[in-house]
Every structure is written in C-alpha cells, then in structure tokens.
Design a protein around this ligand. Structure first.
Ligand SMILES: [Zn+2]
Ligand SMILES: [Zn+2]
Ligand SMILES: [Zn+2]
Length: 75
C-alpha cells in the first residue's frame, strides 16, 4: 500500500522510542480521525504497535527533560 497521510496524534514528550525497534516515535496513528481504514493505533513513522518508552527517565510534561546528565540520551 502506498504511503498516505494518516491522522496522527503528536506527543509532547520528544524522547519516546518504539519498544520494538527503538526508533523515535513522534506520533501515534489516530484511527478515530483517520480515514485509511486501519482501526489500530500504531507508532509513527515506524508503524509498530508496540508500546513506547521514554529514553529520558526524568521527563515531565511541565519541565521537560530534567536530567542532570543529558548525555544519557543524546537528543
Ligand atoms: Zn490512517
Ligand atoms: Zn517500531
Ligand atoms: Zn532527560
């Protein structure tokens, strides 16, 4: 299937990675708004349906990254 535009939900946390392929995940597929016919939620752009994990252990929605040593995740 050709790549088409999906309706996506953006994350506030920029440190999320796919727990399967460990690539950065910036969006989730939003099946309630997307008309592609795929009713599942998946990580975008890698397409996996695995959970996402934050590579920043201290991230908070208010303060962002609060790591003392920011080199523990190079973003
Ligand atoms: Zn879609
Ligand atoms: Zn993935
Ligand atoms: Zn951090």
């Amino acid at each position: 299937m050709a790549v088409k535009d999906h309706a996506l939900i953006g994350f506030a946390n920029p440190f999320l990675v796919c727990s399967k392929c460990t690539s950065k995940v910036r969006y989730w597929h939003d099946p309630t708004r997307c008309t592609c016919g795929d009713n599942s939620i998946f990580n975008h752009p890698c397409g996996h349906k695995e959970e996402v994990t934050s590579i920043c252990p201290s991230w908070s929605p208010v303060d962002g990254c609060r790591c003392i040593n920011k080199e523990q995740h190079d973003l």
